[in-house]
Design a protein around this ligand. Structure first.
Ligand code: FES
Length: 104
C-alpha cells in the first residue's frame, strides 16, 4: 500500500531547533526541525503517555519530560528506560515548503 502524505505545517512554522505538535485524526504527532531536517514521532510516550515534544532534545535524542525515557526521533527507537518499547516514527517529506508526513 502506498503511504499517503498529508501536509501538517510549512517550513516557516518550524524553524531550526523548534518543534510543533499537530493533531491528525486520533494521533498527536510531534514534528522536529534538527539542523534543517524534519522528523516526526507520535507525541505520546509509550511508558505512561508523556508529551514527548515537551522534553529536552539533544541532537536527535528526545528525553521524555515525565520519567526520562529517551528515544531517537529519526527512528523512534527506544534508547533508555523506563519505557520498554519504541515510539512510532513517521516518514516526513518537504514539498514546495510544505512539511508532509505519512501515518502509514
Ligand atoms: S511517560 Fe515517558 S518515561 Fe514515563
Amino acid at each position: 500500500m502506498v503511504a499517503e502524505f498529508l501536509t501538517v505545517a510549512t517550513t516557516d512554522d518550524i524553524p531550526v531547533g523548534d518543534r510543533v505538535v499537530v493533531e491528525l485524526g486520533r494521533h498527536w504527532v510531534a514534528i522536529f526541525n534538527v539542523d534543517g531536517k524534519y522528523y516526526a514521532i507520535e507525541d505520546v510516550c509509550p511508558h505512561d503517555d508523556g508529551p514527548l515534544a515537551e522534553g529536552e532534545l539533544d541532537g536527535c535524542v528526545i528525553e521524555c519530560p515525565r520519567h526520562g525515557a529517551k528515544f531517537d526521533i529519526s527512528s523512534g527507537k527506544l534508547l533508555a528506560p523506563p519505557a520498554l518499547v519504541d515510539v512510532p516514527a513517521y516518514p516526513v517529506r518537504v514539498e514546495g515548503g510544505e512539511i508532509q508526513i505519512a501515518l502509514r
